[in-house]
Design a protein around this ligand. Sequence first.
Ligand code: 26V
Length: 806
Amino acid sequence: MIESLKAEILRKLTYSLGKSPAVAQPHDWLTAGILAARDHVIDVWQRSTRDSYATGRKRVYYLSLEFLIGRSLADTLNNLGIAGPMAQAMRELGVELPEIETIEPDAALGNGGLGRLAACYLEAMASTGVPALGYGIRYDHGLFKQRIDGGKQVEVPEDWLSFRNPWEFERREVSHKIGFGGSVVATQKPGEVFWEPEETVFAVAYDTPIIGWRGCDANTLRLWRARAMHPLSLDAFNQGDLVGAVAERNRAEAISKVLYPNDSTPAGQELRLRQEYFFTSASLQDLVRRHQRQFGTLDNLPEKAAIQLNDTHPALAVAELMRLLIDHHGLPWEDAWRITNGTISYTNHTLLPEALETWPVALMERLLPRHMQIIFAINARFLDDVRRSTEGQDIDLSQISLIDEHHGRRVRMANLAFVGSHKVNGVSALHSKLMEQTVFAPLHAVLPGRITNVTNGITPRRWLFGANPGLTRLLQDVCGDDLTDDITQIRRLARHTGDSGLHERLAAIRRENKLKLAKIIRQDTGVTVDPTALFDVQIKRIHEYKRQLLNILETIALYDAMRSEPYRDWAPRVKIFAGKAASNYATAKSIINLINDVAFVVNNDITTRDRLKVVFLPNYNVSAAELIIPAADVSEQISTAGMEASGTGNMKFALNGAVTIGTLDGANIEIGERVGEDNIVIFGMTAEEVEAARREPRPSDEVIAATPHLQGVLDAVAGGVYSPRERDRYLGLVDSLKANDWFMVLNDFESYHQAQRRIDSLWADQGKWWRMSVTNTAHCGWFSADRAIREYAERIWHVPARDAKG
Ligand code: 26V
């Protein structure tokens, strides 16, 4: 094995890269390693694809505007089971595999949880034998890189393709025409119409194989790149208009140029709608053509294809599939609707009303005139049906309509997705319940049974076996080698929660992980941290509802307390933050600034030197998460209750043995149910209490007066104690908190502070602490993406999935 791998790597280096070992740079070795690994994947991939064709099995099409893959080499080698031999082969060639693995750029084609979920699910579908294609956009530039300059976030363009992407295959022959604008014209046949777009761009496919666990199956991630029909206008060129000559090309290619870095407001711009339609149409044309070729009819599409919409970004699929079936394949409306509804299902990922996508009718009419007609027609039939079947009842049709008439006529994409799907799911039990009770209550009333829940999951391959090999070896010792094939075996650990020998081994593994992280912290921020201190971690997008502000304000209270009672035996802590703020989200950026300002003051204070450090790690991404999570003692999951649909970081931390401090929100609730209330630290208002408090807000003076320490903390921040060179830097931040505590930062402060003191006393008893940690790991196997995929497969897609025993 090792000899043949060496030969393969050298062949790639020589014949694919044109380099000899003597002059090869680290990046060349990386590419040669990837190409060698890729060959192993391709054998599996071609067999999987052939098999799924030959057997005519139903396939899943996962449509997502985001796939947050991260790096692929280590994951691929692990899944193929050749990580060890590859490392040895490289070593014998004079190269350290772990070092070159870290220069692989992250594929950051996503913003956060939603994109990472899509990546976990692709891998889990390959690991459970569900034939699937992921469809998305091949952005030239992924999520921006974050630098911290003088405590402030600075966005730097990301350029993951600058060294080319050795994982992908360009498929020039697989391309589809995507139209925009123009008009709808009648054909000779009465009632038949046809869309004549004014503008057409090509969508060209780029395929990446996604290998499953043990290399049993591989699926495809097919990403679309926009190309112009006419890359150069000769007329303009000949007249010397060089800019005009490439204008069409620039306009077309803008569609796949850059990922929208926005998770704070839905991106309302035309380019975003063009992106959404571009990838939705390309994907549907692609799968319809494949189906037609294979089966010669579209009648049985629902039996052979399941289309999953990852949020409303691909919701135009409902209208696009109707258009293809009716206008291109001549089906009557009723048949087209049965097929569309039977094939499509939709996952909702947020209930925040301001986050729900709507598009102006006028914009849709201009850009997608035929789709707008179809949406009106779907709406008319739907409202008619409801009117007829609910005669005599008091139903407000304006609420379930696909068109919002109150805000200048807009298409409600969530309603379109809901009505066009046979199943609609939320991503945690609480979230799905709130879907029924709030945003989707009117639709739920007329379409009962359509909403269902599939609690999110994470792939244990990347987030446990890959990220935490030390812990994995120990778990295999205790739970058996088949743990990696069947994560539910992790439960066996529960028999050993009180085993002090086990605790010691776990502590040693955690210490190693913390040392590794401490080294990076020093490299990236210059701060030295003590690996024996409690590592308290909050890593995720910066958002008011995720309440990094609550965390940093409480950190200030702790800092104050440590200084006023220096002789108490404070548990040393390192407060670790990381995350990006949307570039136009001023409050989130101000929170990053505050964390860094507090860090500067605290880290330079010799009186708390051995007890408290505050760190903001720049440029949080998937690879950073893989390093940070296995080193965490405490996982901060402190969103305002009712606002975090699920959270998936919470699962990664708990599985790796961190103790959660969190609210009764999203998947925290289900983590608590599994690990038991003694093994999670819950605080704060419930979703119902939050709702009630918003209806009747308590005056903030009253809240502050009733909360010890809070006044002092707010005064210090507002008065410039942490920003001495710009004293009013945080005046606005504090004032707006006092004026309207929408996210319950002030309201939950005391409860959070007490919860942190509970953490202190639990940490003081290390025996108790490790018992909690073991219990978390033992009971979080359920949060595997494999379990989630099996639920989708059985209840929504109706496709078979392999169980753990194959
Ligand atoms: C969030 C927000 C929040 C406030 C205002 C505007 C706005 C706009 C967009 C979003 C993100 C929505 C979609 C999303 O990324 N949801 C995330 O999906 C994850 C996977 O299901 C889940 O774990 C996260 O809780 C959820 O925020």
